[in-house]
Design a protein around this ligand. Structure first.
Ligand code: NAP
Length: 299
């Protein structure tokens, strides 16, 4: 349980409502900033105003999926007020307090380093990335359905990358009846893909596989679907790029060739905010209980 823990939760979207629900269920005191425009009650949390004092007694500071932007602004969809995480707020946090977020930009990383405050990026964790790959794959399928005039069943789909997202997506597409080719760079991934019934190929041979496909899903966060690759693709092909911004596709060249290419970031929060919120909430609940227990033992 989190009895006696003081948690400041700053900004966020519908996912944060699941986090609030979970933390209050675990008996934490949750001070929520940036939810003043919410039309429903806050599940046991207390509405708070952004003020330096708030941070002085915090055992944990929870920020949204993307912690802050490059200037410290924190997204808060349930408020009209602008929230900025100022340096002074981080400076006021007790040394045992950690900051939890999905992913952190340099602004937040630098402040936490400067003041010796622990920073936890949930999306870097394997478990969270694997759970998140489920709504991501469903979102990718949704986009493929929306942007093609054929069924996924019977289509030829290329998935680039066999990491946490690529593998879940490849299995999902195969389950729907697609012919799935998967691009990898490691021998062990090639072997595993073969064992799982996919048609593996090495990424270095991508050009040779680009000529016959209906759908291309990229999960590799580097320029991989280059103009040379797109030049080989049939005009019916649709590219759905899931890799983090700016993606791994030459979008300019795709447009020039008349090939539909879509960058699709943040799918879990878009297609399944409740599930995505539960994924963050469950992980946060476990981490906070462990971190606060260890913190108390040290003090
Ligand atoms: P991951 O588990 O690290 O998988 C990345 C894959 O890319 C691995 O198979 C890796 O191969 C491969 N790779 C990386 N660099 C490569 C290169 N230069 N050449 C060939 N292969 C390369 O990451 P993930 O969790 O699946 O996430 C993949 C991307 O999707 C990330 O950019 C992530 O931010 C993004 N993402 C987007 C959404 C969304 O909603 N659109 C949701 C979740 C994640 P090795 O295993 O050989 O290293």
């Amino acid at each position: 349980m989190l009895t006696g823990a003081n948690i400041v939760l700053l900004g966020g979207d519908a996912r944060q409502l699941e986090v609030i629900r979970k933390l209050t269920e675990l008996d934490a005191t949750v001070l929520a900033v940036g939810f003043d425009g919410l039309s429903t009650p806050l599940d046991g949390a207390v509405h708070a105003e952004l003020d330096g004092q708030l941070f002085e007694d915090a055992d944990a500071l929870i920020l949204p999926a993307v912690g802050t932007d490059d200037d410290g602004t924190v997204t808060a969809v349930f408020s009209d007020k602008q929230l900025v995480l100022e340096e002074d707020y981080i400076a006021r946090l007790p040394k045992h307090c950690k900051v939890y977020t999905g992913m952190a930009k340099p602004y937040l990383k630098d402040l936490c380093t400067k003041y010796g405050i622990g920073l936890v990026e949930l999306f870097e964790r394997d478990d969270v990335a694997i759970y998140n790959s489920i709504p991501t794959a469903e979102g990718a399928v949704m986009m493929a359905i929306q942007h093609t005039d054929i069924t996924i069943h019977g289509s030829t789909a290329l998935v680039l990358g066999m990491g946490r997202t690529g593998l879940t997506l490849a299995r999902t597409l195969k389950g729907m009846g697609a012919r799935v080719k998967i691009g990898v760079r490691r021998d062990e991934h090639f072997a595993r893909a073969y064992e799982m019934g996919f048609e593996p190929f090495y990424i270095k041979d991508l050009a040779a596989h680009a000529g016959n496909l209906d759908l291309l899903f990229n999960t590799i966060p580097t320029m991989i679907v280059t103009a040379q690759i797109i030049a080989q693709m049939p005009s019916r092909a649709v590219i759905i790029d899931l890799a983090s911004k700016p993606g791994g596709t030459d979008f300019r060249y795709a447009e020039r060739r008349g090939i539909k290419a879509l960058l699709a970031p943040g799918l879990p929060g878009i297609v399944a905010p409740k599930t995505a919120g539960r994924i963050m909430a469950d992980c946060l609940g476990r981490l906070l209980m462990e971190d606060l227990r260890l913190g108390r033992e040290k003090r």
